[in-house]
Design a protein around this ligand. Structure first.
Ligand code: GLY
Ligand code: MN
Ligand code: MN
Length: 546
């Protein structure tokens, strides 16, 4: 199995033509994209890690910086089935070779890339001129030129195309990105295998963190003589007592398996900090775990602290995933720390409810289901669960004076204060993949059989990043969560629907999110996430029993 460039180019061109006005549909279409360039950090002469621009990679499978691709396509001609794909990769420069690994040779590039031709960029102007001549009246497509998100096409390569406008051609940046996003929304088997690999490595990294926590609970992390005094600690001697240590072990586990990039900065939040959804930048991931008095079965923290102090029972939320050749994983696990590696009763109740939200949604996923419906179901399960716990009042609440029905609570939108984000998003080369194809500007897609479907409350959808019907081949995350964030709870502090005494008991949990990556298949879905999430397994590993 290899990277299906021809198929990706065809799929993109077909969507592109479908987006064009009728008068343009039969014209030849030419695509010109620049790949990413290597950036340098100021005054270091050192590269910032290179990551290819996603759309360029999708159309080429080429990871070489400073490359270009030129595509020719015309419906109803031989280019209809096999578009021309000309890839231009930079020539090795002798002066650079003592500093850096040279770019791949033309011969090697021809072997590995599923393209019509490979050459060096100086051959690009002639290739453009040839296409202009061979495809008169062609419409040239580029990525949005005013956007800083896309590599800039060298003026030298763009000028001949702009000049061709006088001869009936035209250049537009209006359609190409939408076509690429639409094409990228569903994945082929090889793309699924790359996401699976990223998920496998990330699943193991999550498990490694949990196993290090569990080993410490059992006193199984042995620090050799002189460690930390005469010599640094070695990896097997590391305890996880701070967010940064958990992050370091996660990233190290991915890197040793060959992953070059994390798909996004890991989010590693202990205790009530788990209520900050994207707790990672400017002061995130850098706190010690919360400490408290030692309980009989507690983790003893032998190596760094005097006895008498131990972790307070708390959760550790890790939302992290690596990238494998430009394809992402995005996985969240929430695990117990302190309390001997077991959840407190409150944390366990919230964890089990989040798991129930996730399971209920996963059970209904299949092609044709609108993602709004799955998201609404996750709120419904939350409301039902909160009524059982007594956080939302129910008829059996002790002070049930102003209890409301599940429907009425849903209509109030108050579950948003506990679950402010969306159920999930499309995942692919980018973590929040293909935004323009995920969320139509006007969402009228929920209407089923011309009948408006109950949507719950508008606030549920503010941060929902996917608002379309599922299709076979899509990859999405399913990531419900429940949070007790003081900022968000401010909006429901006066609510008559909530039993505030009961709520108080749960606030110290902070937050729980469980996130898995799933592939939508013809019959339903398959999970690409291997690390387990049931309470028995999580507690077994984090307590060192498994
Ligand atoms: N890791 C970011 C998210 O889950 O969407
Ligand atoms: Mn996610
Ligand atoms: Mn995530």
């Amino acid at each position: 199995m290899h990277y299906q460039v021809t198929q990706h180019v065809l799929k993109t061109c077909q969507y592109l033509v479908s987006l064009l006005p009728d008068s343009e549909k039969t014209k030849p279409q030419v695509l010109l994209l620049a790949g990413g360039v290597v950036d340098y950090r100021n005054d270091t002469d050192r590269e910032i890690a290179f990551r290819q621009e996603s759309n360029f990679y999708y159309l080429t499978g080429c990871n070489t910086p400073s490359s270009y691709v030129l595509v020719g396509y015309q419906p109803g001609t031989s280019l209809d089935k096999t578009p021309s794909v000309e890839l231009f990769i930079p020539e090795a420069n002798l002066a650079d070779m003592m500093w850096s690994v040279p770019p791949i040779s033309l011969a090697a590039a021809k072997e590995i890339h599923d393209v019509t031709r490979v050459d060096h960029p100086p051959a690009l102007p002639a290739a453009v001129a040839k296409l202009i001549k061979a495809l008169p009246g062609a419409l040239f497509h580029v990525l949005p030129r005013a956007s800083p998100l896309f590599p800039v096409i060298n003026e030298e390569y763009l000028q001949p195309i702009l000049a061709a406008e006088n001869e009936g051609g035209a250049v537009t940046d209006f359609y190409l990105l939408s076509a690429l996003h639409r094409a990228r929304l569903t994945k082929d088997a090889h793309e699924i295998s790359l996401i699976q690999k990223a998920c496998d490595i990330s699943s193991r990294a999550h498990e490694v963190v949990m196993r290090v926590l569990g080993a410490a609970v059992k006193g199984g992390i042995v620090v050799g003589a002189g460690a930390g005094v005469d010599r640094p600690l070695l990896p097997g001697e590391w305890l996880i007592e701070k967010e940064a240590e958990a992050e370091a072990i996660f990233v190290a586990s991915c890197r040793r398996e060959g992953a070059v990039h994390q798909a996004y900065l890991p989010i590693v939040a202990a205790s009530t900090r788990a209520s900050t959804l994207h707790y990672c930048c400017n002061g995130g991931n850098d706190k010690e775990f919360a400490w408290g008095p030692v309980g009989a079965d507690d983790h003893q923290n032998r190596n760094s602290l005097s006895s008498g102090k131990d972790f307070k029972p708390q959760v550790l939320l890790i939302d992290a995933g690596c990238e494998w050749t430009c394809y992402a994983a995005d996985i969240t696990r929430t695990m117990p720390v302190g309390n001997g590696g077991k959840f407190t009763p409150e944390a366990k109740a919230i964890y089990e409810l989040v798991l129930e939200m996730q399971k209920a949604c996963m059970e209904i996923l299949k092609p044709g289901l609108h993602w709004d419906a799955a998201h609404l179901l996750s709120h419904r399960v939350l409301v039902r669960g909160f009524q059982k716990l007594g956080i939302f009042k129910s008829p059996s609440s002790p002070n049930s004076g102003s209890w409301a029905s599940e429907e009425a609570i849903l209509a109030s939108g108050q579950s948003t204060a506990f679950y402010p984000h969306g159920l999930g998003h499309s995942l692919g080369m980018d973590v929040h993949d293909v935004p323009s194809a995920s969320k139509p500007a006007v969402n009228n897609t929920i209407a089923e059989n011309n009948k408006a479907v109950e949507l719950g409350h508008a606030s549920f959808y503010e941060f929902l990043r996917l608002r379309v019907k599922l299709e076979e081949g899509m990859v999405v995350t399913v990531e419900p969560g429940i949070y007790f964030s003081p900022h968000l709870l401010a909006s429901v502090r006066e609510s008559a629907l909530i039993d505030h005494e009961v709520l108080k008991r749960y606030e110290s949990v902070g937050g729980v999110r469980i996130e898995d990556v799933v592939h939508i298949t013809a019959e339903g879905m398959e999970s690409l996430t291997k690390v387990k999430s049931d309470v028995e397994w999580i507690e077994g590993v984090c307590s060192g029993a498994l």
